[in-house]
Design a protein. Structure first.
Length: 133
């Protein structure tokens, strides 16, 4: 009986430590990192990440302009305990005025190809931005 009690207490202690570790991880701020690769064939003049919860608009990650075939890394950090699922809106604008959007970007790490309007064959942004891992 004593052995069963000790085993039960050990399992309970391990379970609590796992739960504490999960809670601690969830309590940390989350950072998304996106390598944005310009494959539009022209200069991208604006790239913004917009937080759909707070309304915060990022800096222009294109800076003075992102040349064709060049890349830039964009990051976004959210506070501890906040949900990062489908939280961000990615918007980019090319030199010719084409505006591409992706409205279900999560807090994650991803490579994203920014495609021009001709390369996008469908009505959804999933066809306009290609994720590669």
């Amino acid at each position: 009986m004593k052995t069963k009690l000790v085993s039960l207490l050990l399992v309970l202690a391990l379970s609590l430590s796992v739960c504490a570790a999960v809670a601690e991880t969830a309590a940390e701020p989350q950072t998304g990192s996106y390598e944005l690769i310009n494959v539009t064939g022209e200069k991208v003049v604006a790239i913004y990440l917009i937080d759909k919860v707070t309304g915060e608009v990022s800096e222009n990650f294109a800076g003075e302009g992102l040349a064709a075939d060049a890349s830039v890394t964009a990051t976004k950090t959210i506070e501890a305990g906040e949900n990062g699922e489908h939280r961000l809106l990615l918007v980019f604008v090319t030199e010719s005025g084409y505006v591409g959007t992706f409205n279900t970007l999560s807090i994650e790490t991803a490579k994203i190809n920014l495609l021009d309007a001709d390369a996008a064959s469908g009505a959804t942004m999933q066809n306009q931005i290609k994720f590669t891992f």
